[in-house]
Design a binder for this molecule. Structure first.
Ligand code: ADP
Length: 335
């Protein structure tokens, strides 16, 4: 109870006020000559009031203490690593917002831990596999390099190059995301033609589309934008490469940029639409979570959309996604 010392102080002040009231009554009896029976009635009211106040204080302390104890137990459990703990919001009366926030916080921490665990599991494997194969092929070439044909040697060297690229991409994506997360204020902004940038990104990705025989369309309004060009490059490349990755052979991708109305909060809306596999509700709810991948058999590393979201947020924009399983997906970026 030591944490409620202030309530004792309130009590002490009230008792002093009651003593002062008694003093005033006695003075009034002496000086104003009020009748004794009225004075007794007034005095008799003071002790029950003090008792009622003390009981009241005790009940409040008890109630607050119980609620605080529950909260402290919860916090203690989280501090010890128990992320399954939840507080009973139903019977928490005016503590309901605090309990609700606590439950939300634990849920968020639990989800990031689960994501991080699966990331560590997946990526210790993802990192290990290419490293093992690079080491294996390098050792083989060191030992037998002069005994095998040039063609065979070239094939093994290509595997080493590809695997090294995968590792580089993974680590540079992770570093880039950390850098973006640490960035609070966008720098290196410049004015540039957004439509030209989007068109250029689509052209860069054309060879990948051709490989899968994917058709495309582009419809961009002419538009100048003031932002970080290098970061935004990443947004379009990520969205288009996802569209290619999640669209089967013979599908179609449409990329566009539209000016919004004068009075709109945003100056434009860019979109990447695909006719691919789409997403179920569960995937849809997690696509922006770091390291989340609905399926790992498509390559990638589950960081792309986290990068996209952070860049768009840094530009003061927002993302909308429409998707249904088997019906394709549309990512809309409002800037
Ligand atoms: P990844 O490297 O796995 O593509 P992202 O962060 O870019 O990581 O995407 C996260 C997840 O969102 C993907 O694993 C995939 O399940 C889903 N996703 C992203 N873009 C699309 C899309 N165009 N169509 C269907 N699913 C998508």
């Amino acid at each position: 109870m030591s944490s409620f010392r202030w309530l004792y102080l309130v009590d002490a002040v009230s008792i002093m006020a009651a003593a002062a009231a008694l003093g005033i009554i006695v003075t009034m009896v002496r000086n104003s000559g009020i009748e004794m029976n009225i004075a007794y009635e007034m005095i008799a009211m003071v002790p029950p009031m003090i008792i009622a106040m003390l009981i009241n204080t005790y009940v409040i302390m008890h109630y607050v203490r119980n609620r605080m104890d529950e909260l402290l137990e919860g916090l203690n459990a989280v501090a010890k690593g128990d992320l399954e703990v939840t507080l009973d919001e139903q019977n928490s009366d005016e503590y309901e917002p605090i309990y609700r926030m606590f439950n939300r916080m634990v849920k968020e921490v639990r989800m990031s831990k689960e994501n991080m665990d699966s990331f560590i599991n997946d990526y210790s494997h993802e990192f290990k596999t290419p490293i093992t194969s690079i080491k294996g092929f390098a050792q083989y070439l060191k030992k037998n390099g002069d005994k095998i044909s040039g063609e065979e040697r070239g094939k093994y060297l290509q595997i080493i190059v590809d695997e090294s690229s995968r590792l580089t991409e993974l680590s540079s994506n992770m570093l880039f995301l950390s850098k973006l997360e640490a960035t609070q204020i966008l720098t290196d902004k410049e004015e540039f033609r957004l439509d030209e940038q989007i068109r250029h990104c689509l052209i860069v990705m054309l060879p990948h589309m051709e490989k899968k025989n994917i058709d495309y369309d582009i419809d961009c309004d002419e538009l100048s934008y003031y932002g970080n060009m290098t970061f935004l490059d990443n947004v379009w490349i990520n969205l288009i490469s996802n569209a290619i990755k999640y669209t089967p052979e013979g599908g179609k991708i449409v990329v566009g940029l539209k000016k919004t109305d004068e009075d709109d909060e945003y100056s434009c809306m860019a979109y990447v639409e695909d006719s691919g596999i789409g997403m179920d509700k569960d995937t849809f709810n997690h696509i922006f979570d770091k390291y989340y991948q609905a399926r790992s058999d498509h390559g990638g590393n589950g960081i792309g959309l986290s990068i996209v979201k952070r860049i768009v947020t840094l530009h003061g924009g927002r993302i909308e996604v429409e998707s249904a399983p088997g019906k394709g997906s549309t990512f809309k970026i409002f800037l």
